[in-house]
Design a protein around this ligand. Structure first.
Ligand code: SAM
Length: 218
């Protein structure tokens, strides 16, 4: 399943600034804690794949902060690919590859992206279904090298509960658009990791009620 055209306006907010560059306030806001988390847990060298890179504002900061990791940004959407190129061109980072098109919910993508020491995914799972989430995590597992790490960041239910008014409003705006979308449950994520052969190392509480699941391929 490719990405969905129909999403609430709040799902992927980014301002077009000209030449295809997109600027997302939320990407700017959560960049620092994400970079700090990756810097703290990630292996310091090797190949890193970012799925659903969006505007590209995270990956340029990550590549600058972790110069020994070779970063591959990706997204399913051509307009985002264009924006990632704009941000990348500003930074001239030798460890940042050109962005590639990748539909992470399509079975089989790992074959083209194998050999990853780290895979990062920020803010996508609430915009896809649970079946697509299972495919994505399975493919992530296949794309990782032994001992490779994955970080999945975003908004999640805790034990089937939404924990704030803004989380309730956002989740309901998603399921009103498409009942297959919406926040995934933290406990279900642990089962999905297990079924995909990934070992759950820990769950970090992140700002704005987000969680980051850190898993490892044995
Ligand atoms: C909410 S934005 C998050 C972007 C970025 N990770 C961030 O946190 O700023 C969701 C992104 O997922 C991308 N996306 C949607 N469906 C996808 C899919 N099936 N595979 C890969 N990327 C997808 C969208 O194009 C968009 O860039």
């Amino acid at each position: 399943m490719a990405h969905r055209e129909k999403l609430p306006a709040t799902a992927c907010v980014a301002k077009l600034e000209g030449n295809g560059r997109l600027n997302s306030l939320s990407a700017v806001r959560n960049a620092k804690p994400i970079v700090e988390l990756v810097r703290e847990i990630a292996i310091k060298s090797g190949n890193a794949l970012e799925i659903a890179s969006g505007t590209g504002q995270h990956v340029v900061k990550l590549a600058a902060a972790l110069p020994l990791l070779n970063w591959q940004p990706s997204d399913v959407d051509e307009t985002r690919i264009k924006s990632i190129r704009c941000w990348s061109n500003d930074h001239h980072l030798t460890n940042l590859k050109p962005p590639c098109l990748l539909d992470a919910t399509k079975e089989g993508w790992a074959a083209e992206h194998h050999g990853q020491d780290l895979i990062l995914l920020v803010n996508l799972l609430h915009l896809i279904s649970i079946e697509e989430t299972k495919i994505l995590v399975n493919e992530m597992s296949k794309a990782l090298v032994p001992q490779g790490l994955s970080i999945i960041y975003g908004p999640f239910m805790r034990n089937d509960k939404l924990i704030s008014k803004s989380d309730m409003e956002f989740h309901h705006s998603l399921i009103d658009t498409d009942p297959d979308l919406g926040y995934k449950n933290d406990v279900d994520m642990l089962n999905i990791f297990n079924e995909a052969g990934l070992v759950h190392l820990r769950t970090e509480k992140m700002p704005a009620n987000n969680l980051a699941f850190i898993t490892q391929k044995p």
